[in-house]
Design a protein around this ligand. Structure first.
Ligand SMILES: Nc1ncnc2c1ncn2[C@@H]1O[C@H](COP(=O)(O)OP(=O)(O)OP(=O)(O)O)[C@@H](O)[C@H]1O
Length: 410
């Protein structure tokens, strides 16, 4: 995969004009800052998000540069034309120490934060329908561009000022040059049985992001995750007669599809699996396969059917069909997003009008953001300060007192 220079495919930005307002988030790969361009927007009325990789960081430098370039190139492709639920690239820069790229700022935080603010940490089916529908549209666009996202999880679904979603973080995505054409028919599925139970309200702790390359060198030696210890890795290329597939182990533990755990080739269907996990999490407040440890989680991913509580609904049916262990039988495998959009859970959704919905379930308040404290330091200086070793601790008052008290003895 050719990785272009950071600024080779996007409007170049002058880093000296970029003023940091505050830190939006820190990921395994870089720091995301809220910035404004002091030359074009001195009053900071239209700030944007700037993701910056510090090339001098020993922990990330092995492949962060390469992944940064990849993310920039994906974003620049997504910007032609823009999609309402995907970010577009505002611009990028590269200096001796830093690579940075700007995307629109999403002031509503992510779906994980939003879920935590619900009284019982779950969303109603109507809210799930709204967010799932927008995510389906975003994935449809990515897949039509030949890109498998491979990192769908609530933390990567950001909420725009309008309340609509934006997917973020494309460094694990992969381009497939060949389009999938499949002729294998879906087999009929037995209707499952369900136990009545109260809704589970526990929430998953921070997921561990996994990247272990089995043939994909882009993801080796990264800080982001420990290698997955799934053995033996059996690759059954022959079970998939068509199309191009990746054999890298990539994704976030609780969201990885069984074919990734098995080390088989995988492609776009891994995103439909992750959508099933996400929809389950929005419904029950926990992911469906989480075990006591990674080994148990993977075992559950491979063999455990998802448990559903309560009266059978179309949402449960959708989730179950997305969480089909065999990717060939999974909803979305044969005809992509079209199949998912036609599922009864989405009945009544006016897909073309989704971006125009004026009252999404949650609209961030503008006041929250204006009241936040602003740093107002330029990007270069911000990272310069970050690299400085922490000052040595001052003597504690009691120690200082003891020392001064003991002075007369000398
Ligand atoms: N456009 C944005 N608007 C607002 N906040 C953002 C934006 N992009 C990223 N963030 C915040 O920064 C955090 C880290 O961003 P991101 O996931 O892209 O970084 P990363 O280094 O790739 O992290 P990861 O560890 O998931 O790989 C996000 O969880 C989010 O809170």
């Amino acid at each position: 995969m050719a990785v272009p220079p950071a600024t080779g495919c996007s409007p170049e930005m002058n880093v000296d004009n970029l003023q940091v307002l505050r830190v939006l988030g820190r990921g395994a790969m870089g720091t995301v800052l809220l910035v404004h361009d002091s030359s074009r927007d001195p009053s900071a009325s239209s700030p944007f998000a700037l993701k910056v990789i510090d090339k001098s960081n020993a922990l990330t430098r092995h492949d962060a540069n390469r992944r940064a370039r990849w993310e920039i190139s994906v974003l620049s492709r997504l910007s032609r034309p823009d999609h309402p639920f995907l970010p577009h690239l505002i611009g990028s820069f590269e200096t001796e120490d830093l690579i940075g790229w700007a995307i629109p700022y999403c002031p509503g935080g992510d779906l994980n934060d939003l879920c935590h603010h619900q009284s019982d940490r779950v969303f109603s089916p109507a809210v799930i329908k709204f967010y799932a529908a927008e995510i389906v549209c975003a994935l449809e666009h990515l897949h039509a561009s030949g890109i498998a996202y491979r990192d769908l999880k609530p933390e990567n679904v950001l909420i725009q000022q309008s309340g609509h979603v934006t997917l973020t973080d494309f460094d694990l995505s992969q381009q497939f040059t060949q389009k999938k054409v499949v002729t294998i028919p879906l087999r009929a599925q037995e209707p499952p049985t369900f136990e009545a139970d109260s809704q589970l309200k526990k929430h998953r702790k921070n997921p561990i992001r996994l990247i272990s390359a089995a043939g994909d060198t882009r993801f080796q030696n990264t800080k982001k995750g420990k290698p997955a210890r799934v053995s033996p890795v059996i690759r059954r290329y022959l079970s998939f007669s068509d199309g191009e597939r990746s054999n890298s182990f990539v994704g976030t533990e609780e969201y990885v599809a069984p074919e990734i755990v098995r080390g088989e080739g995988h492609e776009f269907a891994v995103d439909w699996w992750a959508l099933g996990v996400l929809a389950y999490e929005m419904l029950y407040g926990r992911t469906p396969f989480k075990g006591k440890n990674r080994k148990e989680t993977f075992r559950n991913v491979l063999v455990k059917p998802p448990e559903f509580m309560g009266k059978r609904t179309t949402l449960m049916d959708l989730i179950e069909r997305l969480l089909e262990k065999d990717p060939i039988r999974r909803l979305g495998y044969l005809c992509g997003a079209k199949e998912i959009k036609e599922h009864p859970f989405f009945r009544g959704v006016k897909w073309d009008l989704l971006p125009e919905v004026v009252r999404p379930p949650f609209i961030p308040s503008r006041d929250d953001d204006n009241s936040a404290e602003r740093l107002r330091v330029d990007v270069g200086e911000f990272f310069h300060r970050q690299r400085r070793p922490p000052p040595s601790p001052l003597p504690s008052p009691s120690r200082g007192l003891q020392r001064s008290l003991s002075l007369p003895e000398f």
